[in-house]
Design a protein around this ligand. Structure first.
Ligand code: C5P
Length: 397
């Protein structure tokens, strides 16, 4: 953790007394530490203790009355390589979810551009309360990483879940975090994902079974490895959030096309995993179509092939990856698409492989490249498949 800059946020729970040990461990590992405290946390550990151990001033408010200077929370968020909030109380957690910035720690959280890692600590009933569980899900959907609380003896005398992860565990988590690959640092990546819905009338549409899972796992993998991602996502129940993510939610293929056209040339890498409807209704009825005749004709017109457009408008340095979901003559069809759409790689998943395809959380892929090389992978979780695709891109482009 040599020279890593860690902004350590402390909120008002009894576990705050353990943060002295965490600061010592981090300093010993070579990190630079700055502490930022909520007013309530000062009842559990003194700013003087943390200032002495961290060898830095402690930020407690927007305004430093001694020096007369303003604590710039935006700069702090930019300075840090990671913002760790430990302990995180139920109250501060709910404020983070709401975007409440009534103290300097919360303001720093709202403006942080670095990864945010939290270690919740609370009594077991609070930890298990549906509102806490929902808040943790929301924080995760914002891209916050959670180090779960342990099972053990709590300050209340009760025994159960809610005990903050030990300083050694938080330290180890950070060590693993910094050891991770950051081999796509600051590279701009465009990803399309999910299905599209093509309206028939105000309540009906033509859609498909895509869930968006594969594209979302790809977005997460790129974000974890340092990239800046623009994700253009069709209707999907999946959640994703991250400071380096620009999320554009769309509904139809035409909307996806407009978004792609406006951002493609700002990106070095394009991964097109969306299941775009090939056709859309020629006319969208203003009112709900009434049930009348025995048969109903629906005229369909072709949607633009967005990936084809990106291939036609690809600059020398841009890398373009498409997906192919085939049911027959798989490799040959995928190869044809690779050439026709001017791709660098195509990821083939076959519906003939059990466990691969839309609704599964696993996938089995073959990557074909423009030099006619192909590599097949085992059935894996979509998360692992995403890592394989990134490794392949890194090693072959
Ligand atoms: O030609 P086919 O639809 O099988 O090609 C699949 C690939 O093309 C996928 O990468 C998909 O995201 C992309 N595509 C697209 N726009 C369309 C149809 C497919 O971007 N209208």
């Amino acid at each position: 953790m040599q020279n890593k800059r860690i902004l350590l946020g402390i909120t008002g729970g009894i576990a705050a007394y353990k943060i002295a040990s965490l600061v010592r461990l981090l300093i010993k590992s070579g990190a630079e530490v700055r502490c930022i405290m909520t007013p309530a946390s000062c009842d559990f550990i003194t700013p003087l203790t943390l200032a002495t151990l961290s060898k830095n001033d402690v930020i407690q408010s927007f305004w430093d009355t001694e020096t007369g200077s303003w604590s710039n929370h935006v700069d702090l968020g930019m300075w840090a390589d990671a913002f760790v909030i430990a302990p995180l109380t139920a109250s501060s957690m709910s404020k983070m979810v709401q975007g409440n910035s009534d103290n300097v720690l919360l303001a720093a959280y709202l403006s942080a551009k670095c990864p945010v890692i939290v270690a919740p600590a609370m009594d077991l009933d609070m930890y298990k309360h549906p509102s806490t569980i929902e808040n943790m899900h929301k924080l995760e959907s914002f891209g916050v990483q959670i180090i779960p609380a342990n099972d053990g003896e709590l300050a209340s005398g009760l025994i159960g879940e809610g005990r903050m992860a030990e300083p050694e565990e938080i330290h180890d988590y950070l060590q693993i975090h910094f050891a991770k690959k950051r081999d796509f640092l600051d590279r701009n990546v465009l990803i399309t994902a999910g299905p599209t819905h093509e309206a028939i009338d105000p309540v009906r549409f033509i859609g498909n079974q895509s869930t968006g899972k594969m594209g979302i796992e790809l977005a997460k993998a790129f974000l974890n490895r340092g990239a800046k991602v623009t994700l253009i996502l069709g209707p999907s129940a999946e959640q994703i959030g991250h400071p380096n993510l620009t999320l554009r939610k769309i509904v139809s293929g035409m909307e996806m096309f407009e978004e792609v056209k406006s951002v493609w040339n700002n990106n070095e890498i394009g991964i097109f995993s969306a299941a775009v409807a090939d056709y859309r209704p020629a006319q969208v009825a203003d009112q709900k179509i009434k049930k009348k005749e025995e048969t109903l004709g629906l005229e369909l017109v072709k949607n633009p092939d967005i990936l084809f457009w990106a291939g036609q408008n690809k600059a020398e340095k841009q890398i373009l990856v498409g997906f192919a979901l085939e049911t027959n003559n798989e490799e040959e069809n995928a190869k044809q698409k690779l050439i026709k759409k001017n791709l660098d790689f195509i990821v083939l998943n076959s519906l003939n492989d059990s466990g691969a395809g839309f609704a599964y959380s696993t996938n089995k892929i073959t990557i074909l490249d423009k030099d006619n090389k192909s590599i097949s992978f085992q059935l894996k979780s979509k998360k692992e498949v995403a890592e394989d695709i990134l490794d392949h891109l890194k090693n072959n482009s």
